[in-house]
Unconditional design. Structure first.
Length: 422
């Protein structure tokens, strides 16, 4: 049964197209059912994130044109939107793509781990909606296993490639366990929100969140479990902070060298880790000259990210080799299903012939016919019926000069040349 992937991603479409196609949780179950009916598919999984919306289907044939028509109607799209932005992958390409998606090799940020969790959620949604069966279930489980193998055997996920994540990784390198530590975040934009989320994932002990507008500090602190403070209160809390991350739009520095000197004395020279993500800078450059203070700017982190991206590229090459090997393994399994189905059908056909002739022989025995004659007729007729179609096809192949088919027949039927007479 062919596997098809039909969809759109950050590689083929801008965000204004992707957001029109995206499916939310409320639409997902009806979309799964609609997509299956549109192409007569037995199974479907839909992955919809900010960077991609993809349909994984197990079908009896390539009917993606009907799927595109259905999607246009389901989402009330301009039909022209589908042209040029959507892609269709079939068979080996579809399988390889699925494994690459699970491993983060097709992501906007190479090797990012979030996509694996999103694919697992898509699988669970399909499972709960009764839209998945043996083939796609096997593919998804296989993809999860390969993704885990890539994470274990390569360094693709071991180096940070975002400023926010790099900042938190560096904080861990300096402080170790962040659970007993305190962070002071200055600003309330997207970058600070990302830093706060990463810190929370590392079980940071406390987070002070300072912003020029206290109400914004309170809003962010409520979402992230932090403690809101005003900018004017920074000085009185600075000595409590093991980690300071600043990202504001201030034209002048907010944290000065003398303030850090005072904080270090109060801390009895316990180390402070400071990250200045602002341009212009929020932290006076002279702070970097102080003992027990580790100050990184956005340029420092970008250098780390560039180096790490190069390392990820090397790891990605290893990951691609793993994906190639396992994609072929899955194709072998998929093709074995076709062989199994053929074997089952052939055996049923032979058994039906056997049962028909056995019933006839039993009727003849009940009628009092000679058992030896009945058994001989049963054996002869059974052989004739079983070999009739193959011998007919072999004769046709001989007439047509199909040497390849004759060789295949000898192999399938286990025909060996007779020994010559002595």
């Amino acid at each position: 049964m062919p596997i098809i992937v039909f969809g759109v991603s950050h590689k083929t479409a801008p965000i204004d197209v992707r957001e029109k196609v995206a499916l939310d949780a409320e639409q997902l179950h009806s979309a799964l059912d609609g997509a299956r009916r549109a192409v007569g598919a037995r199974e479907a999984v839909i992955l919809s994130t900010c960077n991609r919306t993809e349909f994984y289907l197990s079908t009896d044939g390539p009917q993606h044109g009907q799927l595109a028509d259905w999607l246009v109607q389901f989402k009330a799209l301009d039909p022209k939107l589908v042209d040029g932005h959507f892609y269709t992958l079939e068979g080996p390409q579809a399988i390889r793509h699925t494994l690459r998606v699970a491993c983060g090799l097709d992501s906007l940020v190479l090797g990012e781990p979030q996509i694996l969790g999103q694919l697992k959620q898509a699988y669970q949604a399909s499972e709960s909606g009764g839209s998945i069966g043996k083939t796609l279930s096997k593919l998804m489980q296989y993809a999860f296993t390969v993704a885990k193998k890539v994470r274990t055997e390569t360094a693709i996920g071991q180096t940070p490639v975002s400023v926010a994540y790099a900042a938190v990784r560096l904080a861990k390198q300096i402080h170790g366990d962040l659970a007993p530590k305190t962070a002071l975040l200055i600003g309330a934009g997207d970058t600070i929100s990302l830093v706060a989320n990463h810190l929370r994932s590392q079980h940071i002990g406390r987070m002070f969140i300072a912003n020029r507008t206290l109400s914004r500090s309170e809003e962010l602190a409520q979402d992230l479990g932090g403690i809101p403070i005003a900018l004017t209160d920074i000085a009185q809390h600075l000595h409590e902070a093991d980690i300071v991350v600043a990202s504001t739009a201030s034209p002048l520095p907010i944290i000065h060298r003398d303030a850090i000197e005072a904080a270090i004395r109060k801390r009895r020279y316990q180390p402070m880790f400071l990250v200045d993500l602002a341009v212009p800078r929020d932290i006076e450059p002279g702070v970097a000259e102080l003992d027990d203070v580790y100050l990184y700017t956005v340029d420092d982190l970008n250098n780390v990210i560039t180096e790490n991206m190069e390392l990820r590229q090397l790891a990605a090459a290893q990951a691609e080799e793993i994906v190639t090997l396992h994609a072929q393994n899955f194709m072998d399994w998929l093709q074995s299903l076709d062989g199994n189905a053929t074997i089952v059908a052939y055996r049923r056909q032979a058994e039906a012939t056997r049962d028909e002739l056995l019933a006839k022989a039993q009727r003849q025995l009940v009628a009092g016919e000679d058992p030896a004659n009945v058994m001989r007729a049963l054996a002869t007729t059974l052989v004739n019926k079983l070999v009739h179609h193959p011998t007919t096809k072999i004769r046709e192949a001989t007439v047509e000069g199909r040497a390849d088919l004759l060789l295949a027949a000898r192999e399938l039927l286990n025909i060996r040349d007779s020994e010559p007479d002595a």
